[in-house]
Design a protein around this ligand. Structure first.
Ligand code: SF4
Length: 477
């Protein structure tokens, strides 16, 4: 979305308190970003080159054998960087800085916007604007990634991440102009990033009164091309904002600001939480993602597979046990003795589906009861709002799940990492307390007294249910 105002100087009074000085410093950081867009462009190209090398080169070298290490094998190194540093780091950055990654460093966003400069300018069709994409794309890529072992092999990484990048470039080339249509609507992690950004202590704040009284020729910047098409005047949430800084100082009404972490969830989410948010948090992050991280270590998966195999053998049906599919449909690396049969694939899908169903009920039902208690009658809005309190725990789980692969790699390379289990406990406990605090604040948004306390108690049940799978994965299995 493009915004234009006329230029002039603005009067900035010196800050008084330490808090005001801190805020002033943060606001200046936003202005710095706006004034250094060329530097950001260079940074983006650098990340694009690193990303391309890590994505493509491992596909053309032999798969690592037992003697390979992350420091002498590009495949293992890329694996470690992508799944151990890159993705957990990006998720942590969402919680700390909002979607700064998207606006400053994301290679897909940068390539999509570059393609959009030469776009055909087609109108964005309704199918692209469908609000269910963030949930659907996240679930499909998560499940498909497990089917092809994306955390282990370079081919699936190129297929999934590279395919997403090609999609971003094509959508940028055909739809909109100078915008990030892909990032706004179709990116598979757009929904997750948008939700995590709600927790961040940084956001671009719009002073509506200043906006309205800003005279002609005012503002530290006069033209804004907001690539993700955020309507600046009414921007309340950090979810769609890529924190690029281009609008800092626009009409002297927008600046990078500090806010209490999670405060957006308590207030703004009361109006903005949707059923798609709830599906992404409860079914996606707390269900499908949990199943995807757990199945490979789960004794229940082995039991289910053995039972299904026995059942088939008893009936003389062998082909599902022998049939293997191409690596891009189901893991198939005979050289590494890593081949999934059709039965493995079906049991994997069943395990992830069952995990999603069980976790959705274990987490969703207590929040549904809590929403009913907050009353006066059942209210879907209350439910969706309460579910947002799970975001700290959901984020923590996904970050721990992603980093587990790297912990395994590093331990295999001789690093003891004895502190990891303690760090996991601390992270889970802290995120659970943060979630509980948010549930208490959200319940207080609607009721006080006994109803608020009981509703928070049901929230605590959901939070405990959300922790259990991680305890099983890290400390029981
Ligand atoms: S609202 Fe748009 S222009 Fe402003 S910082 Fe966010 S993404 Fe950039």
């Amino acid at each position: 979305m493009n915004h234009i105002a006329s230029p002039s100087a603005s009067v900035v009074l010196p800050p008084k308190s330490r808090r005001e000085r801190g805020q002033r410093l943060v606001a200046l950081s936003g202005d710095w970003l706006r004034r250094h867009q060329r530097f950001i462009r260079w940074l983006q190209w650098t990340v694009v080159v690193v990303y391309a090398v890590l994505l493509v080169v491992p596909v053309f070298v032999p798969l690592p054998d037992g003697s390979a290490h992350i420091w002498n094998n590009i495949s293992l190194f890329a694996n470690f960087v992508f799944w151990g540093i890159w993705w957990p780091g990006v998720l942590i950055s969402m919680v700390l800085f909002g979607r700064l990654w998207c606006g400053i460093m994301c290679p897909e966003g940068a390539l999509s916007e570059m393609a959009s400069r030469h776009s055909r300018g087609w109108t964005i069709p309704r199918w692209i604007r469908w609000p269910g994409w963030p949930f659907t794309a996240f679930v499909l890529t998560t499940v498909y990634g497990q089917m092809v072992s994306v955390y282990q092999y370079p081919g699936p990484v190129l297929l999934i991440l590279g395919g997403s990048t090609v999609g971003a470039i094509l959508v940028g080339y055909f739809y909109g102009r100078n915008h990030r249509v892909w990032c706004r609507y179709l990116c598979p992690v757009n929904g997750v990033f948008g939700l995590l950004a709600k927790l961040a202590p940084l956001h671009y704040r719009v002073d509506l009164q200043q906006w309205e009284r800003c005279p002609p020729h005012a503002g530290r910047t006069t033209y804004v091309n907001c690539a993700p098409m955020v309507p600046l005047r009414t921007m309340e949430s950090a979810s769609p904002c890529h924190m690029c800084g281009r609008c800092a100082g626009f009409r002297d009404a927008i600046e990078l600001s500090v806010r209490p972490p999670g405060s957006e969830i308590v207030t703004v989410s009361a109006r903005t939480a949707t059923v798609w948010d709830s599906l992404l948090i409860v079914v996606g992050l707390m269900g499908v993602a949990v199943g995807a991280f757990l199945w490979a270590s789960s004794p229940w998966f082995i039991t289910a597979k053995q039972w299904a195999a026995g059942w088939l053998v008893e009936r003389g049906v062998f082909w599902p046990l022998e049939q293997d599919l191409p690596w891009w449909l189901l893991t198939s690396y005979p050289g590494n003795s890593d081949v999934m049969s059709l039965l493995d694939g079906v049991v994997l899908l069943g395990y992830v589906g069952m995990s999603a169903a069980v976790m959705s009920m274990a987490v969703g039902i207590p929040f549904a009861v809590a929403a009913r208690i907050l009353g006066p009658s059942w209210c879907g809005k209350h439910f969706h709002h309460l579910v947002h309190s799970l975001l700290p725990l959901a984020a923590c789980g996904v970050i721990l799940g992603l980093s587990a692969q790297s912990v395994t790699l590093l331990r295999g390379d001789g690093f003891s990492l004895n502190w990891v289990d303690d760090a996991r406990i601390v992270a889970l406990v802290c995120s659970a307390i943060w979630s509980l605090y948010l549930a208490w604040r959200i319940a207080g948004h609607y009721r006080n007294g006994v109803r608020r306390t009981v509703a928070t108690g049901f929230g605590a049940v959901a939070i405990v249910a959300g922790i259990l799978p991680w305890i099983m994965l890290f400390f029981v299995w």
